[in-house]
Every structure is written in C-alpha cells, then in structure tokens.
Design a protein around this ligand. Sequence first.
Ligand code: SF4
Length: 324
Amino acid sequence: MKRSILPVFIPHLGCPHNCVFCDQKQIAARQAPTPAQAAALVEAGLERACRPQIAFYGGSFTAIGREAMMAYLEAVQPFLRDGSCTGIRISTRPDAVDDGVLDLLARYGVDTIELGAQSMSDEVLREAGRGHRAADTAEAARRVKAHGFELILQMMVGLPGSTAEDERQTARQLAALGPDGVRIYPTCVLSHTPLYDLYRRGLYRPLTVDGAVEICADLLDIFEERSVPVIRLGLNPTEELSGGAVKAGAYHPALGELVFSERFYRRMLPLLPRGVPCTVMVPEKMLSIAIGQKKRNLERFRQAGCIISIRGEKDCLRPEIRPL
Ligand code: SF4
C-alpha cells in the first residue's frame, strides 16, 4: 500500500561542499527549522496524510553533525511510537554513509535512504563540485542495501560537461546497484548558485525543456527495462521555482507528463499506418499524455502522415489502434 510523505526540509547549513547547482546555503540562511519546529511540521501534516513516512530532505542529513541529526530524529520519535507515522526517510550524500551511521538510523526507525548520486562519471562529478566519486555511490548503495534499508537513488541530467551518453551510462550503472526507485532531476540554473555565474559568463549551456524530455524518455526506458521504478521526474513545482528562482534550464512544472507523452509518441509512431484513417483508443486517464501538451503528439503524428484521432475510453486497458 502507498505511503504519503511528510517532508521536513533541513538545509545543509554546515555543508563543506559547493555543488555548482545547489542553493541550499541560500535557503539555509533563512529556513532551517529547529527539531521542535520539525516535529510541529509533522504534526500539522498528519491530518491529510495516509500511512505517512516522515522525510528529512533538503541537504545531507547524515552530514549535518551527529548531535543535530539525532536531535531531529529524537524529536519525531513520538509519531513512530504512537503509530501515526510509519517510518522515516532521509536523503544524503554517498560519502556520508558509514556502517556506524546506518546502525544509528535503523535504531531511530529510518527505513528509506535516498542517495544523491547525480552522475556516475567522475569527470562530471568533479565539474559539478560534488566532492565524491562514482565509487562512493556504489559503496554507499551496497551498505544501505546490506543494512536492509529501502534504497532510492537520485540522478541529474544536463550537468556541466555531461553528455546524453554519460547520462544513459549513469542510468545503467545506477540500475545495476539494485535500487528500489530512482529520481531524475534535469539541471535547473537557480539564482545565487555557482552555476548561475557560469551561465551568465557563457561557460555553461543549460538543457532546454525539450532536450531534457528527450534524454529523460531514454532514461525511463533504461530503468523500466531493468524493473527500477522512476518515482520522480523533474523538481517538485513550488511557488519559488515557478516564480522566478529558476534562471535557466529544464524547469517545467509538469516535466514528468511531458516525458511520458514523448514516450507515447515514440512507441506509437512505428505502429501507426500511414495514410489510412484510424482511431487510437487509450485508457481515459492517459488521454492528455497521449495527445500531448498543446496537442503536440497529435500534430507530430499528422506530420508523419498518420490520419488519426485519439480517444480516451474508461474500459480500455492499453493503447489500441482501430481502423475507421
Ligand atoms: S547539494 Fe552539494 S552543496 Fe548542496 S547541500 Fe548537498 S552536498 Fe552541500
């Protein structure tokens, strides 16, 4: 059964790194909650949550300092004890995961660990200022799984120096680590980041939304072929992101839908007859994905010589081509 997530953002105040895309220090300066405030945030979210899991997001949870980390975990224990929350998930860096900290997390009821892998190319990681290598991700993933946690890996596309082939290769390597899910984030250029400086100086060319959709559709295939669920595509839309914090790059509030739409187009095009009128029936809930934003897919099918209409049907289980 699905669990909802109650997110608590713990920006990484003391982070010694300077990842080019990261604005956590900017956010941290104004938003780090105290443990008591973190507990209050969880309490406030309980009403609309279903089997909630508390999630400490926003930085590198295991690198914020042992005392601070334990204070946050301690503050939310009452919700686990009284059964109002089902577990805790944290996100962290691959080089901040050792056996000692994993034992500690397990004792506090953490059951899911998300690792910011970002790329499996050491050169891309170096250019991004990540301060860790691909081997750290492989080792951290192995430890997390060996301790019995659910493992989620995060990767980025469009980082400086990264090619589409680097990203496909990263997806293959991450899938081989056996994660329970992955998140894919196209790089966005946020204000107050080193990446924004590089962009303004003409030293970084960001991905377009269309470019991100193309590569993410490839990655979706790679993960699905290996039975790895893609649990997120693109940054969660927020008022701040949609309101101007993103200066350039592949930000779109419905990026996931665009990617699934691209994939529908790629899969259907070889199957459709040319010059013969037909209807493509799809499950009702898939209709907007099939047609594409602003009817883009319909337009592209027609440009390719297909004479089609697309209709949603409640009882339809999978796309079906019906001649007229
Ligand atoms: S993304 Fe990089 S700079 Fe930002 S908090 Fe994580 S490790 Fe630190």
